[in-house]
Design a protein around this ligand. Structure first.
Ligand SMILES: [Zn+2]
Length: 75
């Protein structure tokens, strides 16, 4: 406990996990991103701007819940 972390800094780097169920194969999966990214997205930011480091499959998972396997199958 020697390193002091500012509350805002901790919040910006804290990760959240959004659970999803694939509408195609009903697999339970999810997408990990920072709390800030989810907040930006929920605040109206476009998914490609809120999650610039995520893959297209991960962004589609956030938007429509599709899993990586099904994403590969249909695209
Ligand atoms: Zn699937």
């Amino acid at each position: 406990m020697s390193k002091k972390i500012e509350p805002s800094e901790a919040w910006l780097s804290s990760y959240a996990y959004m659970p999803k169920v694939c509408p195609w194969c009903h697999k339970h999966h999810g997408v990990k991103a920072t709390e800030k990214q989810f907040m930006d997205w929920e605040g109206g930011m476009k998914v490609q701007n809120a999650f610039p480091d995520h893959t297209a499959a991960q962004r589609d998972a956030l938007l429509v819940g599709i899993c990586g396997d099904c994403h590969e199958r249909i695209y």
